[in-house]
Write a protein that binds this ligand. Structure first.
Ligand code: AMP
Length: 415
């Protein structure tokens, strides 16, 4: 049993077993082999409804066992093989899609259901071959899914269950027109599930057109970061951000650090600078990187081969990397929800983690928005040993104003 993977709120559940929820024996066997002892709260709530065919709208945080909450009843209800897919799971990113298929394969190992993963950035050949030989479950990102449909290598006319995961993320990424096209291509008579951390008006409208009398489930208090996370905010002058990052890395007792930047160029630059200053090997993950590189960075980071991964928000949501010791926001996120998602990569499953954020003078408004969003005041702090340039933010620390030269690393180029 991988105890470290037990989602944070699992212990609050009354002693209800997976068997009590009515799951099929083949699924129970797989769960037993995986070592899951009991269902998490969202699983207890959602599984009976989903087994009975109800629609559902879920606001559950990732890390709560959300994927299994929908994967287990779907697999349990699946019988016999047909050629065209009966279950469609749409994910905003390739990494999330990959993660879902891994869980489906794990829980469905004693079941004859066949799953296929369809995402961009890789060739069509293998995906077409898999579709040709018949599949039960498709897990896909929107663009590649529509490509297959237009090439007539896939039809959605037999879909009985449609799952839209991380819908607000799809909205942010501009996928809503694709999502609406996909909905139109599925039969009207179907079971539909929609998961979204936040419900902006566009998702609200989507849910009204997509769902019939849905059960609403919200677990994990969307805004609340895990209590095991320590928030550390370091004001710094713009020109000293990289120096402070290096000083912090040198001070931190880290074994796996995720560093978030706002832009793809930023992620490339920071990783290159870290390499140049002998902090490598460093992995990079953003949407302009080739799929092979993305897979390799993720695999190397997960296995501990590399200790630092620099990424854009593409990995902030949902990605399940257990044991991240520190999340560093090199650039403060502009949307407070993204702060919660980013730092949610650490402190998972009751492990303690540290979240470090660099804050420059022009970004105070974003910091205040985060404080309001998570309903918590976070004190600003300074790294004792660091030779700071003066920043107006230090006034908020009650520090004397003093100006120092930037003596640190001078990068070859700026981003
Ligand atoms: P998710 O919220 O789907 O990202 O799941 C977070 C992690 O919890 C994944 O690594 C799952 O394998 C794991 N998990 C899901 N359900 C359970 C359970 N009932 N007991 C232990 N671990 C679980």
């Amino acid at each position: 049993m991988d105890k470290e993977n037990i989602p944070e709120t699992a212990d609050e559940v009354a002693p209800i077993s997976f068997k009590d929820l009515g799951l099929d024996d083949t699924i129970l066997r797989a769960l037993d082999e995986k070592g899951y002892e009991k269902p998490t709260p969202i699983q207890v709530e959602a599984i009976p409804y989903l087994l009975s065919g109800r629609d559902l709208i879920g606001g559950s945080q990732t890390g709560t066992g959300k994927t299994a909450a929908f994967a287990l009843p779907i697999l349990s209800n699946m019988d016999g093989n047909q050629h065209d897919p009966r279950v469609l799971i749409v994910e905003p990113t390739r990494e999330l899609a990959q993660q879902v298929i891994e869980q489906l394969e794990l829980y469905g190992k004693h079941r004859p259901a066949k799953s296929v993963l369809l995402h961009g950035g890789v060739g069509y050949g293998k995906q077409k071959d898999a579709l040709k030989s018949g599949v039960d479950i498709v897990v896909a990102t929107p663009g590649r899914l529509l490509d297959h449909i237009s090439q007539k290598t896939l039809t959605l006319k037999n879909v009985k269950v449609l799952i839209l995961d991380e819908a607000d993320r799809m909205l942010d990424m501009g996928f809503m027109p694709d999502v609406r096209r996909i909905l139109k291509l599925c039969p009207k008579k179907r079971q539909s599930l929609l998961f979204s951390a936040t419900i902006p008006p566009e998702i609200e409208r989507l849910s009204q057109s997509m769902l019939r009398d849905p059960v609403q489930i919200k677990i994990g208090g969307g805004r609340k970061p895990a209590e095991t996370i320590q928030h550390n905010i370091y004001p710094v002058d713009d020109r000293q951000k990289f120096d402070l990052l290096v000083a912090l890395l040198e001070k931190l007792d880290y074994h796996s650090v995720l560093i978030f930047t706002r832009t793809k160029v930023g992620a490339d630059t920071i990783s290159r600078w870290l390499d140049e200053t002998n902090h490598g090997p460093v992995g990079v993950l953003h949407s302009d990187r080739k799929q092979k590189e993305r897979d390799k960075s993720m695999a190397d980071f997960k296995s501990g081969k590399i200790e630092i991964l620099v990424a854009t928000d593409i990995v902030a949501r949902g990605i399940d990397i257990s044991g991240v010791s520190h999340v560093i926001n090199y650039d403060i996120p502009l949307h407070p929800e993204d702060y919660v998602h980013r730092i949610g990569r650490t402190g998972r499953a009751e492990r303690s983690g540290d979240a470090v954020t660099l804050l420059t003078a022009g970004e105070m408004q974003y910091f205040r928005a985060i404080e309001r969003f998570i309903e918590q005041e976070i004190p600003l702090q300074k790294l004792e040993s660091f030779d700071y340039n003066w920043s107006p933010l230090f006034a908020k620390l009650g520090q004397p104003k003093k100006k120092k030269r930037n003596r640190g690393y001078v990068p070859q180029s700026h981003y």
